[in-house]
Design a protein around this ligand. Sequence first.
Ligand code: CUA
Length: 315
Amino acid sequence: MEGFRLFPERASAYAGEVDHLFLFLIGMAVFFVGLITCAIFYFSVRYRRSLGRRSGEEHTSVALEVLWTAVPLATVLFVFVWSARLYFAASTAPGEGMEFLVTGKQWMWKVQHPTGQREINALHVPLGRTILLTMTSEDVIHSFYLPVFRVKRDVLPGQYSRVWFKADRTGTFHLFCAEYCGAKHSAMVGSVVVMEPEAYERWLGGATAGASPVEEGALLFESLRCVSCHAAGSGQRGPDLAGRFGGTAVLDDGRSVPFDESYVRTSILDPRHDLAAGYQPLMPTYAGQVNEIEVLELVAFLKSLAPAEAQEQAR
Ligand code: CUA
């Protein structure tokens, strides 16, 4: 029993909040199991056959019916509101954070830092900063699980999942895949290393730095020849993409969709799916030519293109 712990370690304030909810649920379950067990024993003794006592004719009590409907309902709604708030809190980062890209792949986790460093099955982060993860899968469904921060999100092919955490102590903690994803699912593990900010800076310096996601995206935008149709200016074969991210895209069939990560991804991999209004379906698919990290880099690049108004003001 050496090192046995009832709860995993905690390394964020959020982890404590999740534990409070969990303890409340356990406490409530224990309370009602106890109450019901006692009632069963009490009634089975009090109305036992040998005494010839029967509960007699049926009584109905509206007050009682209302009570045992209303109390569980109120309790369950209370738990629902509490846990839904926590769940949404895990998806919505408070304010600005450092954006990391994560892809799951049979059977490893690939991570890219905001400054371009890449690592596999490891995630080095600084203490006290909000860490935002944008995650997707190259193949099947995985689940990114950091017990010490009490965060777990399914990572699905073809869409982006988001989660954030903010470490409040340094150390090396477990990273798991929490969704059965094939023969080596159990080997799809890694570690998250929380470091003092200065130590993190030093680590970044020592790691083989690549270009940042934005720079990589810009290079891809050139090398894939996206620029030949999506360059600035009118009369191009494809829409100008500068400053579009975060806005809305009007489609050929009249729909309006948010110009977000998913829209960009779909447009790269299946260009005819969400064809922009006023353009011919000329763009070829880039499925097979770019992997999910590269798609995310292109997204990062488009995100970085300042809105046109801001650029004009700068001139
Ligand atoms: Cu990936 Cu289990």
